[in-house]
Design a protein around this ligand. Structure first.
Ligand SMILES: Nc1ncnc2c1ncn2[C@@H]1O[C@H](COP(=O)(O)OP(=O)(O)OP(=O)(O)O)[C@@H](O)[C@H]1O
Ligand SMILES: [Mg+2]
Length: 414
């Protein structure tokens, strides 16, 4: 940066910061008359109760107005915006909810700012402004002296030595102004952000709310993507494989005269096509079964129970369809638990219970197998994570010797 450009920047910055400080003096002193009046009235009449109550009302009424003025000053003159978070006002005004509201908003921070800190900040602002004024007066000392009548100037003892000293001091004060004004403005902004801005608890709450919304959006997007892939595979690849298997089967049935080697190759291709269809079917079901979306959890679970090689007792008690992400998490919990019961438990039967109690969906899968399930396994941790993504609770109970119970509670308020 060249020297004139740097100088210009420093001058502009000093002008902006001093303007900001100057605009703070009056609002920072606004409550001084209130407590001065209260002190004077109390001292004069001895009626402390009247003095304190009247001034408390004035302070309570003045605080929101002064806060708005200060916010505007910081925003317009300094470019600093304190986020304004609407504190959730309690639905019912009970003592507990009022205490909670006060703890979250902490209104005494603002009152403290205007009542106690304000006058101190006004003092700081006046000091910086006085330094700026003294600087200007110093650098123009010769002009002031020349404006004096010649007689007074000649009678001024030390005239020749004092004027250069005033000019030099003024020059130094003006040179330091960009930094002193900046430091004072920064210090004010830091204090104000802690007292006029939202409290740490409010900011954290806001962040938690934002994250909850973005997480729900993310989960819904992932679910929608799974459904799309499932539809594409089902309507495209799976149909092609089915028609390939049908054609191969037709070739075998309609051409009995085929040479043995050719027949063998076609038979192999036919059975591989059928295996591929079965594998793809499993994959598609693992992604997101179409019936779950089309006909709901009850129908999807009936299909799942029918496909499970164990006898499954299924009890579903649902009044209405649930949110798609709740349905899909519940489905995957049950599907994985039944697969585990079949694969690992050596069970003779399983029981699935799905029940909505108020705003919670309770899911429970029990088998009468060997027990000893490892909750840290990939399948079970995957379930815990899925349930956790909906802020639900997940539990596995599987003592050695059995039985094993996998349970989940999913919030399902609409
Ligand atoms: N119902 C059950 N009864 C007995 N043992 C079980 C049961 N469920 C799981 N286990 C044991 O706990 C382990 C972890 O199960 P988990 O479902 O996490 O993984 P997995 O089934 O081995 O693999 P994946 O589910 O990823 O295919 C299993 O390997 C099995 O030994
Ligand atoms: Mg498993």
């Amino acid at each position: 940066m060249t020297i004139p450009a740097a100088l210009k920047r420093a001058v502009l910055r000093a002008r902006r910061d001093t303007g900001f400080l100057a605009a703070g003096v009056l609002p920072h002193l606004a409550l001084v008359p209130v407590w001065a009046w209260a002190a004077a009235t109390a001292a004069r009449t001895g009626n402390w109760l009247l003095a304190v109550s009247v001034s408390a009302v004035l302070v309570l009424l003045g605080t929101p107005v002064l806060t708005a003025v200060q916010r505007a000053r910081y925003r317009v003159l300094l470019g600093v915006d304190f986020p304004r978070l609407a504190p959730a006002t309690p639905e019912r005004w009970t003592w507990a909810s009022i205490a909670q509201w006060l703890a979250a908003t902490r209104p005494w921070r603002k009152i403290g700012y205007h009542l106690v800190l304000g006058p101190l900040l006004a003092l700081l602002e006046l000091l910086v402004l006085a330094a700026a004024a003294a600087g200007l007066a110093g650098v123009t000392a010769y002009a002031w002296a020349w404006a004096l009548p010649t007689g007074i100037r000649q009678a001024w003892f030390g005239y020749a030595t004092q004027l250069p000293a005033y000019t030099a001091a003024g020059f130094l004060l003006l040179c330091a102004l960009p930094w002193t004004a900046r430091a004072a403005a920064r210090a004010e902004a830091r204090l104000a952000s802690g007292l006029l801005g939202p409290s740490r608890a409010q900011r954290l709450q806001e962040r938690v709310d934002e994250l909850a919304v973005s997480r729900t959006g993310l989960i819904e997007a992932v679910d929608a993507e799974r459904r799309r892939i499932e539809r594409d595979l089902h309507d495209g690849t799976q149909q092609r494989l089915v028609s390939l298997a049908v054609n191969l089967g037709l070739a075998l049935a309609t051409r009995p005269d085929l040479p043995d080697e050719a027949r063998e190759v076609i038979e192999k291709a036919h059975s591989e096509a059928k295996e591929a269809i079965a594998e793809l079917d499993d994959l598609v079901r693992g992604l997101h079964p179409a019936v779950l979306e089309d006909r709901g959890l009850d129908a999807a679970l009936s299909g799942l129970a029918a496909r499970t090689p164990l006898p499954v007792r299924l009890r579903v008690d649902l009044a209405e369809r649930l949110a798609p992400n709740v349905e899909s998490v519940a489905y995957f919990v049950i599907s994985e638990a039944l697969t585990n019961a079949t694969k690992h438990a050596n069970a003779t039967r399983a029981e699935v219970l799905v029940r909505q109690v108020g705003e919670v969906l309770r899911v429970r899968v029990a088998d009468d197998g060997l027990g000893g399930a490892d909750a840290a396994g990939t399948g079970l941790t995957g379930l815990a994570k899925r349930v956790g993504s909906l802020d639900g609770a997940f539990r596995v109970s599987s003592p050695v010797g059995g039985p094993t119970t996998v349970a989940a509670e999913l919030p399902c308020a609409r």
